[in-house]
Design a protein around this ligand. Structure first.
Ligand code: NAP
Length: 283
Protein backbone atom coordinates (compact mmCIF):
# COMPACT_ATOMS: atom_id res chain seq x y z
CA UNK A 1 0.00 0.00 0.00
CA UNK A 2 1.32 3.43 -0.96
CA UNK A 3 1.33 6.54 1.24
CA UNK A 4 -2.10 8.13 1.50
CA UNK A 5 -2.17 11.89 0.90
CA UNK A 6 -4.82 12.96 3.38
CA UNK A 7 -6.75 16.02 2.21
CA UNK A 8 -8.61 16.28 5.50
CA UNK A 9 -5.40 16.68 7.50
CA UNK A 10 -3.76 19.05 5.00
CA UNK A 11 -6.86 21.22 4.53
CA UNK A 12 -7.20 21.48 8.32
CA UNK A 13 -3.60 22.75 8.48
CA UNK A 14 -4.33 25.36 5.77
CA UNK A 15 -7.49 26.49 7.55
CA UNK A 16 -5.68 26.77 10.89
CA UNK A 17 -3.02 28.96 9.21
CA UNK A 18 -5.72 31.16 7.63
CA UNK A 19 -7.66 31.41 10.91
CA UNK A 20 -4.55 32.62 12.77
CA UNK A 21 -3.79 35.22 10.11
CA UNK A 22 -7.39 36.45 10.03
CA UNK A 23 -7.30 36.87 13.79
CA UNK A 24 -4.01 38.82 13.55
CA UNK A 25 -5.60 41.12 10.94
CA UNK A 26 -8.68 41.56 13.16
CA UNK A 27 -6.40 42.71 15.99
CA UNK A 28 -5.20 45.48 13.66
CA UNK A 29 -8.81 46.43 12.94
CA UNK A 30 -8.85 44.76 9.50
CA UNK A 31 -11.72 42.40 8.65
CA UNK A 32 -11.82 39.75 5.93
CA UNK A 33 -15.05 39.39 3.93
CA UNK A 34 -16.31 37.07 1.19
CA UNK A 35 -19.50 37.55 -0.84
CA UNK A 36 -20.99 34.46 -2.44
CA UNK A 37 -23.64 34.89 -5.13
CA UNK A 38 -25.93 32.03 -6.07
CA UNK A 39 -28.60 32.28 -8.75
CA UNK A 40 -31.38 29.71 -8.93
CA UNK A 41 -32.14 26.47 -7.12
CA UNK A 42 -29.43 24.00 -8.20
CA UNK A 43 -29.22 21.62 -5.18
CA UNK A 44 -25.49 20.83 -5.60
CA UNK A 45 -24.66 24.55 -5.82
CA UNK A 46 -26.70 25.20 -2.67
CA UNK A 47 -24.64 22.61 -0.77
CA UNK A 48 -21.35 24.10 -2.04
CA UNK A 49 -22.44 27.60 -1.00
CA UNK A 50 -23.56 26.40 2.46
CA UNK A 51 -20.17 24.69 2.95
CA UNK A 52 -18.31 27.86 1.94
CA UNK A 53 -20.36 29.88 4.40
CA UNK A 54 -19.63 27.36 7.18
CA UNK A 55 -15.90 27.47 6.43
CA UNK A 56 -15.91 31.29 6.56
CA UNK A 57 -17.66 31.30 9.92
CA UNK A 58 -15.17 28.80 11.39
CA UNK A 59 -12.20 30.94 10.34
CA UNK A 60 -13.51 34.37 11.34
CA UNK A 61 -14.15 35.45 7.75
CA UNK A 62 -17.31 37.53 7.29
CA UNK A 63 -19.54 35.89 4.70
CA UNK A 64 -22.39 37.51 2.83
CA UNK A 65 -24.68 35.28 0.81
CA UNK A 66 -26.72 36.68 -2.07
CA UNK A 67 -29.29 34.06 -3.08
CA UNK A 68 -31.02 35.37 -6.19
CA UNK A 69 -34.05 33.89 -7.95
CA UNK A 70 -33.70 31.94 -11.19
CA UNK A 71 -35.46 34.84 -12.97
CA UNK A 72 -32.62 37.31 -12.17
CA UNK A 73 -31.62 39.32 -15.24
CA UNK A 74 -28.06 39.90 -16.36
CA UNK A 75 -28.47 43.60 -15.64
CA UNK A 76 -29.54 42.88 -12.06
CA UNK A 77 -26.64 40.49 -11.48
CA UNK A 78 -24.12 42.90 -13.01
CA UNK A 79 -25.56 45.63 -10.78
CA UNK A 80 -24.99 43.51 -7.66
CA UNK A 81 -21.41 42.73 -8.75
CA UNK A 82 -20.77 46.47 -9.25
CA UNK A 83 -22.02 47.17 -5.72
CA UNK A 84 -19.83 44.39 -4.25
CA UNK A 85 -16.79 45.54 -6.26
CA UNK A 86 -17.12 48.91 -4.52
CA UNK A 87 -17.98 47.55 -1.05
CA UNK A 88 -15.00 48.04 1.30
CA UNK A 89 -15.91 45.23 3.73
CA UNK A 90 -15.99 42.67 0.92
CA UNK A 91 -12.55 41.44 -0.19
CA UNK A 92 -13.57 38.45 -2.29
CA UNK A 93 -16.50 37.85 -4.65
CA UNK A 94 -17.52 34.45 -5.88
CA UNK A 95 -20.35 33.71 -8.27
CA UNK A 96 -21.34 30.06 -7.94
CA UNK A 97 -21.29 28.27 -11.31
CA UNK A 98 -23.06 27.02 -13.30
CA UNK A 99 -25.39 29.99 -13.83
CA UNK A 100 -28.85 29.63 -15.38
CA UNK A 101 -28.63 29.51 -19.17
CA UNK A 102 -29.98 32.99 -19.83
CA UNK A 103 -26.98 34.52 -18.03
CA UNK A 104 -23.68 34.91 -19.90
CA UNK A 105 -21.09 33.32 -17.58
CA UNK A 106 -18.16 34.97 -19.34
CA UNK A 107 -19.67 38.45 -19.02
CA UNK A 108 -20.45 37.87 -15.32
CA UNK A 109 -16.93 36.60 -14.49
CA UNK A 110 -15.37 39.50 -16.40
CA UNK A 111 -17.41 41.97 -14.32
CA UNK A 112 -15.85 40.84 -11.02
CA UNK A 113 -12.94 43.07 -10.07
CA UNK A 114 -9.71 41.04 -10.62
CA UNK A 115 -8.57 42.11 -7.12
CA UNK A 116 -11.66 40.42 -5.63
CA UNK A 117 -11.76 37.42 -8.00
CA UNK A 118 -10.96 34.73 -5.42
CA UNK A 119 -11.90 31.93 -7.84
CA UNK A 120 -9.18 33.25 -10.22
CA UNK A 121 -11.42 32.86 -13.27
CA UNK A 122 -11.10 36.47 -14.54
CA UNK A 123 -8.94 36.72 -17.71
CA UNK A 124 -6.55 39.10 -15.90
CA UNK A 125 -5.87 36.46 -13.25
CA UNK A 126 -5.68 33.69 -15.85
CA UNK A 127 -3.07 35.76 -17.72
CA UNK A 128 -1.15 36.43 -14.52
CA UNK A 129 -0.93 32.69 -13.87
CA UNK A 130 0.53 32.25 -17.38
CA UNK A 131 3.35 34.71 -16.69
CA UNK A 132 3.96 33.42 -13.17
CA UNK A 133 3.04 36.67 -11.40
CA UNK A 134 -0.14 35.87 -9.52
CA UNK A 135 -1.97 36.32 -6.21
CA UNK A 136 -4.87 33.96 -6.89
CA UNK A 137 -4.93 30.49 -8.42
CA UNK A 138 -8.11 28.46 -9.03
CA UNK A 139 -8.75 26.67 -5.75
CA UNK A 140 -8.49 23.04 -6.85
CA UNK A 141 -5.05 23.22 -8.53
CA UNK A 142 -3.87 25.52 -5.72
CA UNK A 143 -4.95 22.83 -3.25
CA UNK A 144 -3.04 20.15 -5.14
CA UNK A 145 0.17 22.22 -5.05
CA UNK A 146 -0.37 22.67 -1.33
CA UNK A 147 -0.69 18.89 -0.93
CA UNK A 148 2.51 18.23 -2.85
CA UNK A 149 4.38 20.81 -0.76
CA UNK A 150 2.98 19.42 2.51
CA UNK A 151 4.09 15.92 1.53
CA UNK A 152 7.54 17.16 0.41
CA UNK A 153 6.95 15.79 -3.07
CA UNK A 154 9.52 17.34 -5.38
CA UNK A 155 8.26 18.55 -8.76
CA UNK A 156 11.50 19.96 -10.18
CA UNK A 157 12.67 17.94 -13.16
CA UNK A 158 9.82 15.46 -12.70
CA UNK A 159 7.69 14.25 -15.56
CA UNK A 160 4.19 15.48 -14.77
CA UNK A 161 1.16 14.35 -16.76
CA UNK A 162 -2.18 16.14 -16.34
CA UNK A 163 -5.22 14.42 -17.87
CA UNK A 164 -7.80 17.13 -18.57
CA UNK A 165 -7.50 20.65 -19.96
CA UNK A 166 -10.40 22.54 -18.38
CA UNK A 167 -9.92 26.20 -17.47
CA UNK A 168 -10.61 25.53 -13.79
CA UNK A 169 -8.47 22.44 -13.23
CA UNK A 170 -6.34 20.99 -16.05
CA UNK A 171 -4.80 24.12 -17.59
CA UNK A 172 -3.95 26.01 -14.37
CA UNK A 173 -2.69 22.74 -12.84
CA UNK A 174 -0.28 22.30 -15.73
CA UNK A 175 0.94 25.92 -15.41
CA UNK A 176 1.58 25.58 -11.68
CA UNK A 177 3.59 22.39 -12.18
CA UNK A 178 5.53 24.13 -14.95
CA UNK A 179 6.29 27.11 -12.66
CA UNK A 180 7.65 24.56 -10.18
CA UNK A 181 9.98 23.23 -12.89
CA UNK A 182 8.08 20.07 -13.73
CA UNK A 183 8.22 18.80 -17.33
CA UNK A 184 4.54 18.87 -18.11
CA UNK A 185 2.35 17.06 -20.61
CA UNK A 186 -1.36 17.87 -20.88
CA UNK A 187 -3.66 15.13 -22.19
CA UNK A 188 -7.26 15.38 -23.35
CA UNK A 189 -9.91 13.42 -25.20
CA UNK A 190 -8.02 13.64 -28.52
CA UNK A 191 -4.68 12.50 -27.07
CA UNK A 192 -3.20 9.44 -28.76
CA UNK A 193 -1.26 6.79 -26.79
CA UNK A 194 -2.64 8.06 -23.48
CA UNK A 195 -1.56 4.91 -21.65
CA UNK A 196 2.08 5.24 -22.81
CA UNK A 197 2.17 8.94 -21.86
CA UNK A 198 0.74 8.23 -18.41
CA UNK A 199 3.23 5.39 -17.88
CA UNK A 200 6.01 7.97 -18.22
CA UNK A 201 4.61 10.13 -15.41
CA UNK A 202 6.39 10.62 -12.09
CA UNK A 203 3.38 12.72 -11.04
CA UNK A 204 0.02 11.89 -12.61
CA UNK A 205 -2.98 14.21 -12.13
CA UNK A 206 -6.36 12.91 -13.27
CA UNK A 207 -9.06 15.56 -13.90
CA UNK A 208 -11.29 13.78 -16.39
CA UNK A 209 -14.68 13.34 -14.76
CA UNK A 210 -14.93 9.61 -15.53
CA UNK A 211 -15.09 7.05 -12.73
CA UNK A 212 -12.05 4.73 -12.45
CA UNK A 213 -10.66 6.05 -15.76
CA UNK A 214 -7.02 5.64 -14.68
CA UNK A 215 -6.27 1.95 -14.36
CA UNK A 216 -3.21 0.23 -12.86
CA UNK A 217 -1.68 -0.48 -16.28
CA UNK A 218 -1.46 3.32 -16.89
CA UNK A 219 0.59 4.00 -13.76
CA UNK A 220 4.36 3.67 -13.38
CA UNK A 221 5.64 1.86 -10.29
CA UNK A 222 6.34 4.52 -7.63
CA UNK A 223 4.43 7.37 -9.32
CA UNK A 224 2.54 10.00 -7.30
CA UNK A 225 -1.14 9.89 -8.27
CA UNK A 226 -3.50 12.83 -7.67
CA UNK A 227 -7.18 12.14 -8.25
CA UNK A 228 -9.33 15.24 -8.87
CA UNK A 229 -12.42 13.37 -10.07
CA UNK A 230 -15.74 13.57 -8.25
CA UNK A 231 -18.05 11.05 -9.84
CA UNK A 232 -21.10 9.18 -8.61
CA UNK A 233 -21.07 5.42 -9.01
CA UNK A 234 -24.00 3.50 -7.56
CA UNK A 235 -24.74 6.50 -5.36
CA UNK A 236 -21.18 6.61 -3.97
CA UNK A 237 -18.57 9.30 -4.55
CA UNK A 238 -15.72 7.94 -6.62
CA UNK A 239 -12.64 9.41 -8.28
CA UNK A 240 -11.13 9.24 -11.76
CA UNK A 241 -8.58 6.68 -10.55
CA UNK A 242 -9.22 3.00 -9.90
CA UNK A 243 -7.96 3.47 -6.33
CA UNK A 244 -7.96 -0.18 -5.23
CA UNK A 245 -5.89 -1.29 -8.22
CA UNK A 246 -3.55 1.71 -8.36
CA UNK A 247 -2.79 2.14 -4.64
CA UNK A 248 -0.23 -0.70 -4.58
CA UNK A 249 1.69 0.69 -7.54
CA UNK A 250 1.81 4.37 -6.61
CA UNK A 251 4.27 5.71 -4.02
CA UNK A 252 1.63 8.19 -2.86
CA UNK A 253 -2.02 8.67 -3.79
CA UNK A 254 -5.00 10.86 -2.89
CA UNK A 255 -8.24 9.05 -1.94
CA UNK A 256 -11.75 10.07 -3.01
CA UNK A 257 -13.43 11.20 -0.85
CA UNK A 258 -11.00 12.86 1.54
CA UNK A 259 -8.31 13.84 -0.96
CA UNK A 260 -8.39 16.86 -3.27
CA UNK A 261 -12.03 17.69 -2.41
CA UNK A 262 -11.47 19.19 1.07
CA UNK A 263 -8.55 21.27 -0.25
CA UNK A 264 -10.73 23.34 -2.59
CA UNK A 265 -12.64 25.23 0.11
CA UNK A 266 -9.49 25.65 2.21
CA UNK A 267 -7.78 27.37 -0.74
CA UNK A 268 -10.82 29.61 -1.28
CA UNK A 269 -10.34 30.78 2.30
CA UNK A 270 -6.64 31.29 1.59
CA UNK A 271 -7.43 33.34 -1.55
CA UNK A 272 -9.92 35.49 0.39
CA UNK A 273 -7.29 36.19 3.04
CA UNK A 274 -4.75 37.10 0.32
CA UNK A 275 -7.31 39.47 -1.25
CA UNK A 276 -7.87 41.21 2.10
CA UNK A 277 -4.12 41.55 2.66
CA UNK A 278 -3.49 43.02 -0.81
CA UNK A 279 -6.43 45.44 -0.49
CA UNK A 280 -4.98 46.64 2.81
CA UNK A 281 -1.46 46.99 1.42
CA UNK A 282 -0.09 44.03 3.37
CA UNK A 283 2.31 41.44 1.86
P1 NAP B 1 -14.27 19.03 -17.61
O1 NAP B 1 -14.35 20.49 -17.83
O2 NAP B 1 -15.38 18.15 -18.04
O3 NAP B 1 -12.90 18.51 -18.30
C1 NAP B 1 -12.63 17.14 -18.42
C2 NAP B 1 -11.37 16.98 -19.24
O4 NAP B 1 -11.13 15.59 -19.39
C3 NAP B 1 -11.47 17.59 -20.64
O5 NAP B 1 -10.30 18.34 -20.92
C4 NAP B 1 -11.56 16.36 -21.54
O6 NAP B 1 -10.93 16.51 -22.80
C5 NAP B 1 -10.81 15.33 -20.74
N1 NAP B 1 -11.21 13.98 -21.14
C6 NAP B 1 -12.47 13.50 -21.26
N2 NAP B 1 -12.44 12.23 -21.71
C7 NAP B 1 -11.14 11.92 -21.89
C8 NAP B 1 -10.44 10.78 -22.38
N3 NAP B 1 -11.12 9.68 -22.77
N4 NAP B 1 -9.11 10.80 -22.44
C9 NAP B 1 -8.41 11.90 -22.04
N5 NAP B 1 -9.00 13.02 -21.59
C10 NAP B 1 -10.36 13.04 -21.52
O7 NAP B 1 -14.04 18.69 -16.06
P2 NAP B 1 -13.32 19.53 -14.90
O8 NAP B 1 -14.18 20.65 -14.49
O9 NAP B 1 -11.89 19.77 -15.22
O10 NAP B 1 -13.39 18.43 -13.74
C11 NAP B 1 -12.78 17.16 -13.87
C12 NAP B 1 -13.20 16.28 -12.70
O11 NAP B 1 -12.77 16.89 -11.49
C13 NAP B 1 -14.72 16.11 -12.54
O12 NAP B 1 -14.97 14.83 -12.00
C14 NAP B 1 -15.08 17.16 -11.50
O13 NAP B 1 -16.24 16.84 -10.78
C15 NAP B 1 -13.86 17.12 -10.63
N6 NAP B 1 -13.61 18.35 -9.89
C16 NAP B 1 -13.31 18.20 -8.58
C17 NAP B 1 -13.03 19.32 -7.82
C18 NAP B 1 -12.70 19.11 -6.38
O14 NAP B 1 -12.82 20.03 -5.59
N7 NAP B 1 -12.24 17.93 -6.01
C19 NAP B 1 -13.06 20.59 -8.38
C20 NAP B 1 -13.33 20.71 -9.75
C21 NAP B 1 -13.59 19.58 -10.50
P3 NAP B 1 -11.48 17.55 -23.95
O15 NAP B 1 -11.01 18.90 -23.50
O16 NAP B 1 -10.81 17.10 -25.18
O17 NAP B 1 -12.96 17.41 -23.96
Amino acid sequence: MSRLIDGKVISAAVKERVKNEVSQLNEKGITVGLAVIIVGEDPASKIYVANKKKACEALGIISEEYALPESTTEKELLGLIDTLNAKKSINGILCQLPLPRHLDEKRIINAISPEKDVDAFHPVNVGRIMIGDYDFVPCTPAGIMEMLAYENIETEGKRCVVIGRSNIVGKPMAMLLLHKNGTVTICHSKTRNLKEICLGADILVAAVGKAKFVTADMVKEGAVVIDVGMNRENGRLCGDVDFEAVKDKASAITPVPGGVGPMTIAMLMQNTLTAAKRQNGIG
